[in-house]
Design a protein around this ligand. Structure first.
Ligand SMILES: *Cc1c(COP(=O)(O)O)cnc(C)c1O
Length: 375
């Protein structure tokens, strides 16, 4: 078997044990004489799969009783529209813009209604940091404040300490205004206090499963904000009342996500994942910071460096292209940076083992030794 060291940003690597289990039970799922993707989503087999997936996700994230879990379609990108359609209700949304994804969410909300900026950290077309909490301009009349807690392209993450301070600052400046977060690329990478948020969404294909399903975790009271002018299919209330089965859900993706949730529980849950993820990121950032300038992490501030997506540069774009080429010959995939920013990006999701990072560090050391510009 040849499995590459896979650092893809998304769709991303999945745990080998999950792939093998899906393979083993694919043609005859638990003796039903068919695969799980060949039977009615309303039948007992799939009903059990989605119920288990929800129960396991609730357990992993300790989701409070007063939140609903939805398994939707359209990706995180559709949430950029679906959130304001359901939550704005004639009010504006207030946005913290820290990278490509939160900026897209802001632009989409502004297309559909009123949207304001609580902060933008864009400088000369670049994003390098999170805004200082005391600088945030919260709008106390807004329906919600939106942020992206892990900017997948720029490698900027909201860690626990910042998140706690942000939540407290918002509660003080704009009491009752809920936080809404795009957590697509780091949900399940660490324990989370769900109660800090009114709504959390995440496309699955980074840290959860295959593409096709989008998780939405929404507080009950936010299900009834808007009733008019929202298509039947896009109204959260309708999806909640119909068990995410207003129409046929993404059965294969939900099944796979469910297997990943069981795998996470088997790994010791999110505390264990957080420790493993911290260690992978620590080793990589340390190697970057100690490379005598050959490799440069794009994000300098350790307080907001993503532990999931690590973008970095080499001395020249030519060396970066060479790095990608040689890495592929050496058994690595997915290291090319996003086309909008170039460079290199290593994504260190839950399913990336520590051995993959160590293999990458050995490759990087060899590459630097061979290509370091002469003094
Ligand atoms: C990948 C990604 C998206 C877009 O996800 P789609 O499912 O392709 O719509 C949005 N936000 C973040 C943070 C992402 O990483």
């Amino acid at each position: 078997m040849t499995r590459a060291w896979n650092f893809s940003a998304g769709p991303a690597t999945l745990p080998l044990a999950v792939l093998q289990q899906a393979q083993k039970e694919f043609t005859d799922w638990h003796g039903i004489g068919a695969s799980i993707v060949e039977v009615s989503h309303r039948g007992p087999a799939f009903s059990g799969v989605i119920a288990d997936a929800e129960a396991d996700l609730r357990e992993l994230l300790a989701i409070p009783e007063n939140y609903r879990v939805l398994f939707l379609q359209g990706g995180a990108s559709l949430q950029f529209a679906q959130v304001p359609m359901n939550l704005a209700n004639g009010k504006s949304s207030n946005h913290i813009v820290t990278g490509t994804w939160s900026q897209k969410a802001y632009k989409e909300a502004a297309r559909l209604g009123a949207a304001s900026l609580a902060a933008s950290t864009e400088e000369g077309g670049q994003f390098k940091k999170l805004p200082a909490i005391e600088r945030l301009q919260f709008d106390s009349n807004a329906a919600y404040v939106h942020l992206c807690t892990n900017e997948t392209i720029h490698g900027i993450e909201v860690h626990e300490a910042y998140e706690a301070r942000l939540h407290a600052a918002l509660a003080a400046a704009a009491p009752g205004v809920p936080l809404v977060a795009d957590m697509s690329s780091h949900i399940l990478s660490r324990p989370l206090d769900v109660s800090r948020y009114g709504l959390i969404y995440a496309g699955a294909q980074k840290n959860v499963g295959p593409s096709g399903v989008t998780l939405v975790i929404v507080r009950n009271d936010l299900l009834d904000g808007t009733k008019n002018n929202v298509p039947t299919q896009l109204l959260y209330r309708n999806q909640a009342d119909n068990g995410s089965m207003l129409n046929t859900p993404a059965t294969f993706s939900i099944y796979m996500a469910g297997l990943v949730f069981k795998w996470l529980k088997g790994q010791g849950g999110l505390k264990a994942m957080a420790a493993a993820n911290q260690e992978k990121a620590r080793r990589l950032y340390e190697a970057l910071d100690h490379s005598k300038g050959f490799y440069r992490a794009c994000i300098e501030d350790a307080n907001c460096r993503s532990i999931m997506n690590v973008p970095f540069n080499l001395p020249t774009p030519e060396l970066e292209a060479q790095f990608v080429k040689e890495s592929e010959s050496a058994g690595f995939i997915g290291l090319k940076g996003h086309k909008s920013v170039g460079g290199i990006r290593a994504s260190l999701y839950n399913a990336v083992p520590l051995e993959a990072v160590d293999a990458l560090l050995r490759f990087m050391e060899k590459f630097a030794a061979a290509h370091r510009p002469e003094k």
